[in-house]
Design a protein around this ligand. Structure first.
Ligand code: DGY
Length: 322
């Protein structure tokens, strides 16, 4: 048995990160496409010094207790870390890391992709070509919304929210409203952005994009009441976390014409069951949580997670700690 510290990685991640870990650690990688079941995670965590976890792995008191006293670090392979009980980790003396920045552009791009796809009825339009529904050029079919000069509301102007706002302002000259814990003078100066309260953003935005973390305060933030305050022409985009939206209320709003369309990269649960009523709506585009799914972002995330683990094992502050 090796005397190297043991690290369990809950899914196959890019090789560069695994190679970096293997220089120092005994690494076990969960090889299957689906996450390890809860009992498997508890079993594999036992005696580990480090865990590399995905957003689908819940890391809580039970996992920490199962892992035992050797556990020094949990490196989440994501920028979001709502799957980790950070307070419990602190109590156990376990450092927690994430992977910010490297996925900012990739995720902001997917928000733009969804904004355009939802605004221009991409899903039903493309489907009509494949299924023969498209008979001839039609003056009244698939009429969508334009972006140029419109107002975009960004809920959460952190790194990804800002990159999304930059694209909207630079690409289409959109006016930017945003909510955030405090005003962002850079955004106000560079984009003419305006820090507002949520009701003002909801009522005045043509496009609304969610970029807030999932917390107690943001769970269910976009509920029936919030949807009711939006314009009937509004397009809602979510690349944050599915739980920020009340999906039943969203279905009611989309099917009843209370808002124009939605584009979701994240849902609850993930995957969305194939019989979910949301998937029957022509004005709802749903992607399988691909915000950070570029070669560049995922490779960078792997290296960052590895660096977090290695620092945690040495007892150093994590380079990307939360
Ligand atoms: C994240 O990093 O939090 C994304 O949701 C997944 O890459």
């Amino acid at each position: 048995m090796s005397d190297k510290p043991r690290v369990f990685v809950t899914r196959t991640i890019p090789k560069a990160g695994l190679d970096r870990l293997r220089e120092v650690c005994e690494v076990e990688v969960w090889p299957k496409p689906k996450p390890p079941r809860r009992d498997t995670l508890l079993d594999k965590a036992r005696g580990c010094a480090g865990l590399v976890t995905m957003l689908s792995d819940k890391v809580d008191e039970t996992v920490l207790t199962a892992a035992g006293d050797d556990l020094k670090v949990v490196a989440n392979y994501a920028v979001g870390y709502n799957n980790i009980d950070v307070a419990a980790c602190r109590e156990h003396g376990v450092a927690v890391g994430n992977t910010p920045d490297v996925l900012t552009d990739a995720t902001a791009d997917v928000a733009v992709l969804l904004m355009l796809a939802a605004a221009r009825s991409f899903t039903p339009a493309a489907a009509s070509v494949r299924d023969g529904g498209w008979k001839t050029w039609a003056p009244m079919d698939h009429l969508g919304m334009e972006l140029a000069g419109k107002t975009v509301g960004v809920i959460g102007l952190g790194r990804i929210g800002r990159a999304f706002a930059d694209r909207c302002h630079g690409g289409w000259g959109m006016k930017v409203l945003y909510t955030a814990n405090s005003p962002k003078p850079d955004a106000d100066r560079d984009l003419g952005a305006k820090h507002v309260e949520l009701p003002e953003l909801l009522a005045n935005s043509d496009f609304i994009s969610l970029h807030c973390p999932l917390t107690e305060a943001t769970a269910g933030l976009i509920d029936a009441n919030a949807l009711h305050q939006m314009k009937t022409t509004a397009v809602l985009v979510n690349t944050a976390r599915g739980e920020v939206i009340d999906q039943d209320a969203l279905h009611t709003a989309l099917s009843g014409g209370k808002i124009f369309a939605a584009g979701l990269d994240v849902t609850t649960p993930e995957p969305l069951p194939t019989d979910s009523p949301l998937l029957e709506l022509p004005n709802c585009v749903v992607l399988p949580h691909i915000g950070s799914a570029t070669v560049h972002a995922r490779s960078g995330m792997a290296l960052m997670a590895a660096d977090n683990v290695l620092a945690g094992l040495r007892g150093d502050p994590l380079p990307h700690g939360v």
